[in-house]
Write a protein that binds this ligand. Structure first.
Ligand code: G3P
Length: 494
C-alpha cells in the first residue's frame, strides 16, 4: 500500500496542509490565508477559531485533491508559527482571548521592568532567550491579568496554555492530548533548555500557574490521534516542531556548523551547534534545534521580525505593487539610489532587540520611484541577514561555507543574488523551497520508521541553484554602512 505523510503548517499569515510521498516529494497542497488583527499600535492578534477552521479546511481539501481517505495517511506532523500564545478553557475548549501573535509588542513595559530588576541574566542562562515581548511568557501573564477572572481560573486548573501546535493538537484530538514538543517549549521563556523541563523559578517570575502547561515531548512522539469525526477516521499525530526548527530539518542542516535562513513573514537564521548550547554574547538566541529519543541538538538563532511582511506591506499597506511577483523585475530596473527601508514595523529583533523602534524610508530624492523603494525593501532583508551573520561570527562561529535559504521570498533570484553578495557567502536554494512543512513530514516519517536515521533524511536534500558572490568588498562595505546608519536613526535603545 502506498504510504503518504501529511504536514500541517500553521504559519503567521496562512495555514497549509501538504501531502508527501515517502521520498519527500510534495504531491498535493491546500492553503488558506486568514485575518491579521491590529487592535492597537504594536499589537498583533489572530482569531483562534480562524486558525482552527482554516486548519481543518486545508486538511480536508488536501485529502480531497489527492482522492485520498484518512486511512491512506500514515501520520501527520504539525509545524507552526512559534511563541504565539493561546489560553483556553479546559472543558469547553473555548479560548478566553485572541491568540497573541509572536510579533505583538504589548508587553514591552513588562519586559523592561524585569530587565530593570536585573532578571535578564538568569532568564537567558536558563532559556537561551532574552527579555523581549516576542516570547510567550509575558503574553500569558497579560491574558491572565487582563481577562476578567482569568488568573483565578488558571490557578484553579480550569485554563490551559498552548502555543499554536498545542492548541491544534488539543482540538484535533478532541481535547484528549495537551502536549507540545521541546522546540516549541524552548520559545516560551518558561522552559529550561539545559534540564529540558518547565522551570519553577521562571513560572514564579512570570506568574504562570504550572497547571496550565502542556506536557513536553520529543519532536517525534506519539502525540495522539485525530478524532474520527474530523477527517473521516483516526490518523496518528506523530511529530511536532516549531516552523524554523522544522525548516532546519527540511534543509538537512543536521550537522554542527550547517546554517539555514528562512524568509517567510519574518526571517530566521539558524546555525546548528549540535549537543553544545552556545550562549551568545551578541544578543542571539540559543534554542532547541530538535530533540529525538531524549537527545537534544541545539542551534543559535537570529530572528528578524519583518522579511516577507515588508513586501506584503508594499503590496497591501501602501499599494505600491499589485503582486509580490513583480518585485524581481522592479528591483532589476532600480537605479543605485541610496534609499534605505528599515522595516521596524513591530520593533527590531536580533541583534538590536528594540521593541519601540518603528520603520522608516530614508534617502528619498526627486527621482526616487517605486522600483527604488521596492529594491530597498528587498535589500533590507539581506542587510538584516548580514547583521545576524556578523553577530554569529562575533560569537565565535566560523563563517559557513554556504547558507541554505528557503521560504516564499527566495523564488526572487535578484534577492538571493544580493543576499550572497551582502553576506560574502555563496547561497544555496533547494529544489523544494517550502522546507518547513517538508521538515515536519520527515520527522513524522522518522517516528513511523519510514526513515531510519537523520542521515537518511539528509540524503534526500537536492539543490536547485547556487548563487556565487559577485560583489566586490568596497561596494559591499559602502552599502552596508548606509544600512547601519539608517538603523541607528530608528533605534530607541542605543
Ligand atoms: O518565531 C516566529 C516564527 O516561527 C514565525 O514564522 O514563517 O510564520 O514567519 P513565519
Amino acid at each position: 500500500m502506498t504510504q503518504y505523510l501529511m504536514a500541517i503548517d500553521q504559519g503567521t499569515t496562512s495555514t497549509r496542509a501538504i501531502i508527501y510521498n515517502t521520498q519527500g516529494v510534495p504531491l498535493w497542497q491546500s492553503q488558506r490565508e486568514f485575518g491579521q488583527h491590529y487592535p492597537e499600535d504594536g499589537w498583533v492578534e489572530h482569531d483562534p477559531e480562524e486558525i482552527w477552521e482554516t486548519t481543518l479546511e486545508v486538511c480536508r481539501q488536501v485529502l480531497k485533491k489527492g482522492h485520498l481517505k484518512a486511512g491512506d495517511i500514515a501520520g501527520i506532523g504539525i509545524t507552526n508559527q512559534r511563541e504565539t500564545t493561546l489560553v483556553w478553557d479546559r472543558v469547553s475548549g473555548e479560548p478566553i482571548y485572541n491568540a497573541i501573535v509572536w510579533q505583538d509588542r504589548r508587553t514591552a513595559a513588562h519586559c523592561e521592568a524585569l530587565k530593570q530588576q536585573g532578571r535578564e541574566g538568569m532568564v537567558a542562562a536558563r532559556t537561551g532567550l532574552l527579555l523581549d515581548p516576542y516570547f510567550s511568557a509575558t503574553k500569558i501573564a497579560w491574558i491572565l491579568d487582563k481577562v476578567e477572572g482569568a488568573r483565578a481560573r488558571a490557578e484553579a486548573g480550569e485554563l490551559l496554555f498552548g502555543t499554536v501546535d498545542s492548541f491544534l493538537l488539543w482540538r484535533l484530538t478532541a481535547g484528549k492530548s495537551h502536549k507540545t514538543d521541546a522546540t516549541n517549549a524552548s520559545r516560551t521563556l518558561l522552559f529550561d533548555i539545559h534540564r529540558q523541563c518547565w522551570d519553577e523559578a521562571l513560572l514564579e517570575l512570570f506568574r504562570v500557574p504550572a497547571a496550565m502547561l502542556p506536557q513536553v515531548e520529543d519532536c517525534c512522539a506519539d502525540f495522539g490521534v485525530t478524532d474520527a469525526s474530523l477527517l473521516g477516521a483516526e490518523i496518528p499525530l506523530v511529530a511536532i516542531a516549531g516552523d524554523q526548527q522544522a525548516a532546519l530539518v527540511g534543509q538537512a542542516c543536521l550537522q554542527p556548523g550547517m546554517a539555514k535562513s528562512t524568509y517567510g513573514t519574518g526571517c530566521f537564521m539558524m546555525l546548528n551547534t549540535g549537543e553544545v548550547a552556545v550562549q551568545s554574547s551578541n544578543r542571539l538566541l540559543t534554542t532547541v534545534a530538535y530533540r529525538l529519543k531524549g537527545e537534544v541538538s541545539y542551534a543559535v538563532e537570529g530572528s528578524i521580525f519583518i522579511a516577507g511582511a515588508a513586501v506584503q506591506w508594499l503590496r497591501d499597506g501602501i499599494r505600491l505593487i499589485p503582486h509580490s511577483s513583480v518585485t524581481e523585475a522592479l528591483a532589476r530596473e532600480a537605479r543605485e539610489s541610496g534609499v534605505y527601508l528599515v522595516p521596524a514595523f513591530t520593533g527590531l529583533g536580533a541583534p538590536y532587540w528594540d521593541p519601540n523602534a518603528r520603520g522608516a524610508i530614508m534617502g528619498l530624492t526627486r527621482d526616487t520611484g517605486i522600483a527604488e523603494i521596492v529594491a530597498a525593501g528587498l535589500q533590507s532583508v539581506c542587510y538584516q541577514t548580514r547583521d545576524l551573520l556578523l553577530a554569529m561570527q562575533a560569537d565565535g562561529a566560523q563563517k559557513p561555507g554556504t547558507l541554505r535559504v528557503d521560504g516564499g521570498m527566495v523564488v526572487n533570484n535578484w534577492l538571493v543574488q544580493f543576499l550572497a553578495d551582502m553576506l560574502d557567502v555563496p547561497v544555496e536554494r533547494p529544489e523544494v523551497t517550502e522546507t518547513t512543512a517538508l521538515g515536519v513530514a520527515y520527522l513524522a516519517g522518522l517516528q513511523l520508521g519510514i526513515y531510519q536515521t537523520l542521515e537518511e533524511i539528509g540524503s534526500l536534500w537536492y539543490g536547485d541553484r547556487r548563487f556565487e558572490v559577485e560583489m566586490e568588498e568596497p561596494q559591499r562595505k559602502v552599502l552596508y554602512e548606509g544600512w547601519l546608519n539608517a538603523v541607528e536613526r530608528v533605534r530607541t535603545n542605543r
